[in-house]
Write a protein that binds this ligand. Structure first.
Ligand code: MN3
Length: 202
């Protein structure tokens, strides 16, 4: 089965005013669709055409060499955006609680230190990429990745990612990436991030 773009789990305008409707329409319907079309084209006719995208990205060396860059970029784009839509929700934001809140405090000092580091990593990502909260096998960490690379290709589990490609914010925020990342904190679905954290430590 070729990959397909999952439906957005809320309305395009649901994240207003933090993320605007037009950005969501273009980002979900056009950008994500383009990644899906291109990874499907790259994997068509290979032994991986029915493989789950997560497994493909965990070991990119299994991808035929002449398809590997296309799969890394576009398969990564598909996987990253699928996570991204689910990491946001209307009437969300705030702070995590329970075990995840404790893990954040112990890894970063405090929730506001965590916020500052996720933001700084996104602001300092040169060009296009992502800033991630990951579980690296021993605990929580924040890392940046260029382009559509994903932490799973380096053995880490992504818990939360903020897309810092210009297409994620330019219509509303233009060059103000720090402001966009600040606004992103108002739409994080901490229940989903907590669910991923519990899965990572299970
Ligand atoms: Mn994007």
């Amino acid at each position: 089965m070729p990959y397909s773009v999952p439906p957005l789990p809320y309305a395009y305008e649901a994240l207003e005013p933090h993320i605007d409707k037009q950005t969501m329409e273009i980002h979900h319907d056009k950008h994500h669709q383009a990644y899906v079309d291109k990874v499907n084209a790259a994997l068509a006719g290979t032994s991986l055409e029915n493989a789950a995208i997560e497994g493909v990205l965990k070991d990119l060396n299994q991808v035929p060499e002449d398809k590997r860059t296309a799969v890394r970029n576009n398969g990564g784009g598909h996987y990253n955006h699928s996570l991204f839509w689910e990491s946001m929700a209307p009437n969300a934001g705030g702070t995590p609680d329970g075990a995840l809140a404790q893990a954040i405090d112990s890894a970063f000092g405090s929730f506001s230190d965590f916020q500052a580091k996720l933001k700084e990593t996104g602001v300092n990502q040169f060009g296009s990429g992502w800033s991630w909260l990951v579980h690296d096998g021993s605990g929580l960490a924040i890392i940046g990745t260029p382009n559509q690379d994903n932490p799973i290709s380096n053995g880490k589990t992504p818990l939360l990612g903020v897309d810092v490609w210009e297409h994620a914010y330019y219509l509303k925020y233009q060059n103000r990436r720090p402001e966009y990342i600040g606004a992103f904190f108002n739409v994080i679905d901490w229940n989903e991030v907590e669910r991923r954290y519990q899965e990572a430590i299970a």
